[in-house]
Ligand binder design. Sequence first.
Ligand code: SF4
Ligand code: SF4
Ligand code: SF4
Length: 369
Amino acid sequence: MEVSRTTKERVGLPVYRELRERLDEFPLGAPPHESLDEILAELFTPEEAAVAAHLPALPTPLPELASRLGMKPEPLQAVCEAMADKGLVFAAVRDGVPFYSLMPLVPGIFELQFMKAETTPRAMRLARLFNTYYYAGWGRSLTTTTTPWPRVVVVERQIPAGVEVLPYERVSELIRTARSLALTNCYCRHEANLLGEGCGAPLDVCMVFGRFADFCVERGFAWRVDVDGAMAALDRAEEAGLVHITDNCQQRLNFLCNCCGCCCGILRGITKLDRPTAVASSGYIVAHDKDECTACGVCVERCHVGAIEETDDGVRVDLDRCIGCGLCNLVCPTGALTMRRRDGVEPPPRTWRELQMRMLAEKAGRGGR
Ligand code: SF4
Ligand code: SF4
Ligand code: SF4
C-alpha cells in the first residue's frame, strides 16, 4: 500500500498505538490492522494523537480537559481546533465555553474525511487505506453488533393505510423535527469514486442533523438546508432508488443517509460480507402478490440487498433478507408488491446515548470485540 513519506516515518510511533486502543473502546471499535496504523499516522500528527488518545467520548469543557491532560488551555485548544478542522474531534461552544470530544472512527472520522468530496492524492490514499481496512476486519466489526447501529426507514408513501405508524418511522417527521439540518456528500460513494468503483448514484443527498449538523456546517463539511431543501434531496434519493438509513434510535438523530448496496459501508455488510443483520429493519416487510405479478423483473434490479430473485415462473422474495426499504414497490408496474408490518420488531432505543450504552454493554459481553 502506497503511503506518504511523512506517514511512513510516523507509523510505528507508540502514540498511534495508544490512539488506536482508545478508538477501539468505542462501541463499533477499531480492530488492529496495519492499514489502520497508516490511516491514523496520515490523519493525526504525533502531537494531535497524544492529545486525542486522552479525549473523552462526550463533549467536555476545555478547562476540564486542560486539567485532565495537565496542559495549558491555549495550546490544548489550538491542537483540538486543528483536529476539529480535519474532522477528527467534535467541537461545540456552549455559553462561550469550548467543548471537545474524540470522534469514533465510525460514525465520525471516516465519514468526515470524504464529505468534502476532495480528489487530492491524499484523499485517494485514504480511500485505498479505508477500503483495505474495511475488508481486513473493520467491516465485520461495523456490521456484526448485536444491536445494529443503523436502521432502515421505509419510503413513507409505501406505508400501508390503516396501520399505526410511529413518529420515528416517518422520514418526513425525522426531517421536520430536526433541530438543525444540513446536506452533505455521500462519503461512501465518494470513496468508491476515488477507487474508480463509483456507481453514479447522486452524491449530495446525505443529511446530518442537530449538533452534528452545526459542527459540519461550521467546519465546511456540509451546507445548510431548510426543510424544503431536505425534502427535495429525499425525493431525488428515492428517484435514484436509494435506501433511507438513519441512527437506530428514536430521537436526537445524527444522520439520514441514502444508500446503495454497492458502495455503502452499511449495506455492503449484507451484500459483500453476508451479514443480513448489518442494519435494523424498518419495521415493515414486503408482500408479493403472485397473481398480480407479470414477472417483468424490474424489482430484482431495484432491491439493493438481493432479497428478490428471478425464478422460472416469476420472482421470489427472501423475507429474511428484506430490510423493509419499500423501494421495490416504487417501480413495480402492477402493484404486486406492497408493504406490511413486520412482526416481532422491537422499538429502537430512545436516544443515541441509550443506543451507545446498549452497544457497549453487548460488546463487553462478547469480550470487548
Ligand atoms: S451510509 Fe449510505 S448514504 Fe451514507 S455515506 Fe454511506 S452510502 Fe452514502
Ligand atoms: S425486497 Fe428489497 S427493495 Fe423490496 S422492500 Fe425488501 S429490501 Fe427493499
Ligand atoms: S416489479 Fe412487480 S410485476 Fe415486475 S417482477 Fe417484480 S413484482 Fe412482478
